[in-house]
Design a protein around this ligand. Structure first.
Ligand code: FES
Ligand SMILES: [Fe+2]
Length: 386
């Protein structure tokens, strides 16, 4: 992040700390709890958010060489992302055009030169074109070219692997898709992430979690720090200022700053020594489902996918500026142990909430004036899903 921007945020936090207050919305607000349980709402989110918006599914460092691939099931859609021998990135629905068999079964791998269906062995080139059909005579009359794999738009903007589950629109090109990702993120996010250098980072310690909660409950846990004192008293609370934060939105994108207690020490230091990431975590929400936490020497990425109304899959990985040494591996594992312990504390609350929702005790959930991150997020969901 630009130094000027860092200093602006630090000045704001120091002022908030002096005034013993925090960034607040004018009013508290509320949302209908049906948003977490309603079937119609869920289908609208699948259709309008997860099927239509570009989403991160990984990082380019997972596909460094021709033939490398990763697969994911995203909202019920099997997806394979691969690097062709030409170096080009491609994404396809990982579904055979004969009768829907699965092509690539492994979660990741290398040296993929053809995609072979596990059912009757139809074979596809890495550009998605149908290359081989055993006993082809049985399909006499099948027109050429209409049984190629369903290609999905893919981009490596800022080093992330972005995919859209809706196939290319009429006349849409890969370059246009790439530009649409950039535009969707907006100027501020593009500038911030260019400065973080995520294009040249490397993925460390990828791990998936599955939890019995609505996907929005997983997001909610990240978007306020009011809960830290109680929920995270045994893990990360000691580091952070209590319920002090800065919440900014850029269209549907959101940037939250959670300052550490150490930030007050900057009052006694020359501004030339002020580095925001040493004294606060920046949390970026790439709408609708990716949360990126900037820490001094690494970046944590969590991507939230619904897997049913009350089930969620989280894809997590750490980005490091370079391949870690053996000592580095131990250090970053330890860091992740703390992060994932805190995440488990969040999950445990969210699982209770999901159960509580069934009781019918709540008609609404209340968002305090300093929980405006939640308000921003739910307003954006509503904007796409009404
Ligand atoms: S379903 Fe793939 S070859 Fe038959
Ligand atoms: Fe938390």
């Amino acid at each position: 992040m630009q130094l000027e921007e860092q200093h602006r945020l630090i000045d704001r936090v120091l002022q908030l700390e002096t005034d013993k207050t925090t960034d607040m919305a004018e009013h508290c607000s509320a949302i209908d709890v049906a948003l977490y349980r309603d079937e119609k709402q869920f289908h609208s989110e699948e259709e309008n958010l997860f099927r239509q918006l570009p989403m991160i599914v990984g990082h380019v460092s997972q596909l460094p060489a021709p033939g490398d691939f990763i697969t994911h099931d995203i909202c019920g859609v099997p997806v394979v992302v691969l690097r062709r021998q030409t170096g080009e990135l491609k994404a396809f629905m990982n579904v055979c055009k004969h009768r829907g068999g699965r092509l690539v079964r492994d979660e990741k791998g290398s040296d993929l030169r053809v995609l072979v269906c596990h059912y009757h062995a139809w074979t596809y080139d890495t550009d998605g074109s149908l290359r081989g059909v055993p006993h082809k005579d049985g399909f006499r009359g099948m027109p050429d070219g209409c049984n190629n794999l369903t290609e999905l738009p893919v981009s490596d903007h800022l080093g992330f692997l972005w995919v859209r589950l809706a196939p290319f629109r009429r006349y849409e090109t890969a370059t246009q898709f790439n530009r649409s990702v950039e535009e969707f993120l907006g100027e501020q996010f593009n500038a911030d992430f260019s400065s973080y250098g995520t294009s040249s980072h490397t993925v460390f310690d990828p791990v998936d979690f599955h939890r019995p909660i609505n996907w929005k409950l997983a997001i909610d846990t990240f978007l306020e720090n009011y809960h830290v004192r109680k929920t995270h008293r045994n893990t990360i609370d000691a580091m952070f200022l209590d319920t002090v934060g800065i919440y900014e939105r850029f269209g549907c994108q959101q940037r939250n700053l959670y300052p550490k207690k150490s930030i007050v020490s900057l009052r006694d230091k020359p501004r030339s020594e002020w580095q925001l990431c040493e004294h606060g975590n920046m949390l970026y929400t790439f709408f609708p489902n990716t949360l990126i936490l900037i820490e001094p020497d690494h970046i944590n990425v969590s991507i939230v996918f619904p897997d049913g109304i009350e089930h969620t899959k989280l894809i997590n990985f750490t980005l490091l500026p370079e391949e870690p040494t053996e000592k580095g591996i131990k250090y970053f594992r330890k860091n992740n142990d703390i992060l994932y312990a805190a995440l488990e504390e969040d999950f445990s609350m969210a699982i209770d909430i999901q159960k509580g929702l069934r009781s019918g005790a709540n008609q609404q959930f209340l968002h305090g004036r300093f929980e405006q991150g939640l308000k921003y997020f739910h307003e954006s969901v509503e904007g796409f899903c009404e």
